[in-house]
Design a protein around this ligand. Structure first.
Ligand code: GDP
Ligand code: MG
Length: 150
C-alpha cells in the first residue's frame, strides 16, 4: 500500500534538549513508518526556502537565527493520514495553546522555541520532502503492516 508522507523536523532546541528520541517515539508508537532521517546543520539558504511563505513576517529574522543555531533532525514519516495526524501529535504552533499529550503541549512554552516542524498539507509535504531529501527516501514494506492497517 502506498501511504501519504510528511516532513517532520526536530528543531535545534529539540536536538539540544535531548528530545529527539521522545519525538520519534510518539510517531513510532502511533504506527507511522520512518522512511528518511538525517541529522544536519541546515544552511540559511535551505531554511529561507523552507520558510519562504513567512519571509515578510516580523519574526522571520528571529526564526532564521533560531533555526540556524544548531543541528536539526530531518525526517520523513509515512502512513494513512500522516500529514494531519502528525500536526495533531505536534500540537498547536503556540505551545501554550497546545494540549497536554502533544509534543509542544508537554515540552515547551514559547512559539519561537516550539521544538518541531510538521508539514501542513499533502502538497507542502511533498515540496518539503523534495527540498530536504533531494536524493529520495527508502522504499520498504514493513512485516507488521497487517497489524497496523485493516
Ligand atoms: P507551524 O506550521 O505550526 O510550525 O507554524 P507556522 O508555519 O505558522 O510558523 C513556522 C514557525 O515560525 C513556527 O513553528 C514558529 O517556530 C515560528 N513562528 C510562527 N509564528 C511566530 C510568532 O508569532 N513569533 C515567533 N517568534 N515565531 C513564530
Ligand atoms: Mg508551518
Amino acid at each position: 500500500m502506498v501511504h501519504e508522507r510528511t516532513y517532520i523536523m526536530v528543531k535545534p532546541d529539540g536536538v539540544e534538549r535531548g528530545l529527539v528520541g521522545e519525538i520519534i517515539k510518539r510517531f513510532e508508537n502511533k504506527g507511522f513508518q520512518l522512511i528518511a532521517l538525517e541529522l544536519k546543520t541546515p544552511t540559511r539558504q535551505l531554511l529561507e526556502q523552507h520558510y519562504a511563505d513567512l519571509s515578510s513576517k516580523p519574526f522571520f529574522g528571529g526564526l532564521m537565527n533560531y533555526m540556524t543555531s544548531g543541528p536539526v533532525v530531518a525526517m520523513v514519516w509515512s502512513g494513512k493520514g500522516v500529514v494531519k495526524s502528525g500536526r495533531v501529535l505536534l500540537g498547536e504552533t503556540n505551545p501554550l495553546a497546545s494540549l497536554p499529550g502533544t509534543i509542544r503541549g508537554d515540552f515547551c512554552i514559547d512559539v519561537g522555541r516550539n521544538l518541531c516542524h510538521g508539514s501542513d498539507s499533502v502538497e507542502n509535504a511533498e515540496k518539503e520532502i523534495a527540498l530536504w531529501f533531494p536524493h529520495g527516501v527508502i522504499s520498504h514494506t514493513r512485516v507488521m503492516e497487517k497489524l497496523i492497517y485493516e
